[in-house]
Design a binder for this molecule. Structure first.
Ligand SMILES: [Zn+2]
Ligand SMILES: [Zn+2]
Length: 160
């Protein structure tokens, strides 16, 4: 687990000011569940700091991505963010029907990686690689990518 203090140090080391907005967004992402949508980050950040605005959240997340603190995962047509944790590297399987994101351990792609290197001399960027498809739940219920579930139904489990 990356400590919050360590994250702050990374920002400071790269010469970024630790504004209240940045501290709050960082804390929200660090304490949140994985793969948070921008709107979720915004809601939680605003609860902690009423003067937060959406543009700042976008800008801050972009900065964190640039600095290498968070990674971006496209789920459906929306970007999600999660903290990069060296001890929890994973790829993503994203369901095109329910927009669920499932973690995939890097070892599943090791062979694929070596094949590209050995046979094509091509070194792929597989970090935080996202594979889209249809998840086991949607398949067992016979749902297809065209049966889009309305967005309102797609609430995350932590919105209690
Ligand atoms: Zn699904
Ligand atoms: Zn993830």
């Amino acid at each position: 687990m990356t400590s919050y203090e360590h994250l702050l140090q990374v920002l400071r080391d790269q010469g970024h000011r630790l504004t209240p907005q940045r501290l709050i967004v960082l804390r929200v992402v660090a304490e949140g569940h994985q793969h948070m949508g921008v709107d979720e980050v915004f809601r939680e950040a605003q609860a902690a700091y009423p003067f937060m605005d959406l543009a700042t959240v976008y800008r801050t997340l972009r900065l964190f991505k640039q600095v290498g603190l968070v990674t971006e995962v496209a789920i459906g047509d929306r970007l999600h963010y999660e903290l990069i944790q060296p001890d929890d590297r994973h790829h993503h399987m994203v369901c095109r029907v329910c927009h669920g994101a499932f973690n995939l351990s890097p070892h599943y792609l090791e062979e694929f990686n070596s094949t590209l290197v050995n046979e094509f001399g091509f070194v792929p960027d597989l970090d935080h690689f996202t594979i889209t498809g249809v998840c086991v739940n949607c398949r067992s219920e016979g749902r297809k990518p065209s049966d889009q579930i309305p967005k309102e139904v797609l609430t995350h489990e932590d919105h209690s």
